[in-house]
Design a protein around this ligand. Structure first.
Ligand code: SF4
Length: 252
């Protein structure tokens, strides 16, 4: 069973395609928790829990009452008809971690249906889940934003950085780029070395650095130090427009 948390039509708020009108599908579930990001979210039962800025799409125990079960690919494809979309609009698949469904035939059929209609598909992934490009060649026609988690996520290194997965995605996908969420404190704590140890698995893949934060104030506090870091290292700075403009990471 595939779980969808929300869908919305907006602009891409970050990364290489920032500003592109895009239809987003946010899938439920993730193989990590990233409690180090320290974002608090109120659950439907009124408790506050800690996680990343999309904890409502990660924590099944507390939020699954809002998750939509998907049993056929047509349920997902029909969502496009709910919007008045420009032809071939970009599709962004995010989460949670959308690649937890990479081997699910419902999910694969959904991708095939999107490509048949000539949509450009971008995955927003933590880059830790292997994709079988030989069994499912549809993934070779997709773009992967590899948001590999850093130590500020508080996830174990062996779980968040899987060199063979990064290499495989970067070498087989239509396009791939790295995308890191960074706070001002991490910049002074060996961040350069940490990023180097990740990008070594695909050295020619471009790097985008974004300010970490679940709200506008946090994003703003991390922006200027991060711009200086990018200038120094030659990485691309990427804003997070959806948080800066709408002050949240939920569908807007
Ligand atoms: S990998 Fe991404 S979606 Fe999963 S917990 Fe971490 S930040 Fe959230």
């Amino acid at each position: 069973m595939v779980y969808l948390v929300e869908h919305f039509y907006s602009i891409q708020g970050e990364g290489r395609y920032i500003g592109k009108p895009s239809l987003f599908f946010r899938f439920g579930g993730c193989n990590m928790k990233c409690e180090g990001f320290g974002c608090k979210e109120k659950t439907p039962s009124g408790e506050y829990i800690l996680g990343c800025d999309t904890v409502y799409a990660v924590n099944k125990e507390h939020f699954s009452s809002n998750w939509i079960p998907i049993s056929k690919s047509s349920q997902l494809l029909n969502i496009l008809d709910l919007y008045d979309l420009p032809e071939n609009v970009d599709i962004v698949l995010t989460g949670g971690e959308p690649l937890i469904y990479a081997n699910d035939l419902i999910f694969v059929e959904f991708l095939q249906g999107l490509l048949k209609k000539a949509h450009r598909i971008t995955f927003e992934t933590n880059g830790s889940i292997a994709v079988d490009f030989d069994k499912f060649p549809v993934y070779k026609q997709c773009i992967f934003a590899l948001s590999v988690k850093l130590s500020n996520s508080h996830e174990a290194l062996s779980k968040r950085v899987r060199g063979n997965v990064i290499y495989s995605i970067a070498s087989n996908a239509k396009e791939a780029f790295f995308k890191f969420s960074i706070d001002a404190d991490s910049i002074n704590l060996g961040l350069e070395e940490e990023i180097s140890r990740i990008i070594v698995h695909s050295p020619r893949t471009e790097v985008y650095c974004m300010p970490l934060g679940g709200n506008k104030a946090e994003i703003e506090a991390n922006t200027e130090p991060l711009i200086e870091f990018c200038k120094d290292k030659g990485y691309n700075f990427s804003d997070r427009l959806h948080i800066r403009i709408w002050n949240q990471n939920k569908g807007v």
